[in-house]
Design a protein around this ligand. Sequence first.
Ligand code: NDP
Ligand code: 2IT
Length: 450
Amino acid sequence: MANAFDQQINDFMAKVIAKNPSEVEFHQAVHEVVETLIPFVEENPQYKAAKVLERIVEPERVILFRVPWLDDKGEIQINKGFRIEMNSAIGPYKGGLRFHPTVNLGILKFLAFEQVFKNSLTTLPMGGGKGGSDFDPKGKSDNEVMRFCQSFMTELSKHIGPNTDVPAGDIGVGGREIGFLFGQYKRLRNEFTGVLTGKGIEWGGSLIRPEATGYGATYFAAEMLETRGETLEGKTVVISGSGNVAQYATEKVTEMGGKVVTLSDSSGFIYDPAGIDKEKLEYVMWLKNVKRGRIKEYAEKFDCEYHEGMRPWGVKCEIAMPCATQNEVNEDEAKTLIANGCYCISEGANMPSTPEAIEVYQNAGILYGLGKAANAGGVAVSGLEMSQNSLRFAWTREEVDAKLQKIMKDIHATCVKYGKKEDGSVDYVRGANIGGFVKVADAMIAQGLV
Ligand code: NDP
Ligand code: 2IT
């Protein structure tokens, strides 16, 4: 896209790339944001004078550590541990932990950077952070996962705390891992405190936290559809992934009258034209959360198509919800989606669309809800979990769900406020980036040179 600010954007990016070589996902996330923020900062010189953009791309602190652990054979294993404390202008660092063999510094910096804007959009007082390890939980026994988590937390516990930095789950980190991490923190510090979110309901967790990201991304899709006087009723929805976010997106879409026809994992996708109803979803939850099996087994059980090594974007739909990982929709796949009649994308995953795919959506004028707005429901309910922990009190399911719905509505309204175009349509990328930026930037300026 030709932009009057191209030269400034290129100059800014050249410096970011030179200072952070080889962190390609971080470059991608920063580029997407500064494309909208550089023109905004030019119109609002207080941000330029204070060099807010130059400061906001530099993490406040990066912690790298060794994680040694013993496998079931008694052999020593070594992984890398990371925590990126990106920005604490509006609250303690907050963001998930990812355990996946692809994890590296650039991926976690992109996630921490996105988290700063996302957390600001929720309206709750949370800064941005992210962490994790290149540990692969797949194929490990519960005991191996526990020993890894205990070793990981032994170091991480020195850097986090309920008023400092509050991690949660992400890919490869769910209820089981949060339990082991929490247990070790408590043991080391002798404190029962809200240092992690996504905890079990019996020990300080919040109702609706497991559901929140998938539910929130569905509520966001519904908000976008409402701008065109439409609802989810009767719509065909293609979802990728089959983990936490995909499962609860499937549940909520179905409840709201849509039909989810695909799910995937890193091996391939299933296509069930009859729709993944409540009963089939129960099976998926057992398959993925208890048996820890492959999505292929769904096709065998319910006698539907399975496409090995493929992503689901060739399946005809009105709505697509990428809920697996970054860069999982490329330019060609975006074109295919649109050619097949898709006109609404709500991203449960972080940065699932490549920059080329985003350009395709934008040129086609479809409803495009980017991750930092559409998937903010998860961290929003994490924020509500922190509030409940501080109050030593628990809200009901209905109360938390109502708060989540209101937060998603407000995020949508913020996107409209900053992203409404002259023709009345909404540029959600611009809306979310500027909407998330303003509060953090103002707080950074108010707090002096930090
Ligand atoms: P899970 O670990 O529960 O599930 C991840 C799913 O995505 C699995 O089906 C997994 O398949 C698939 N997947 C992961 N990596 C890849 C890959 N490289 N290629 C293809 N498929 C892949 O994670 P979540 O559901 O929690 O997270 C999904 C996405 O949502 C991530 O982008 C995460 O950052 C984002 N997110 C999560 C939030 C949360 O609250 N959990 C909040 C906001 C965003 P397989 O099992 O084969 O690896
Ligand atoms: O990407 C995300 O927003 C998350 N993985 C959730 C973070 C959190 O602190 O709940």
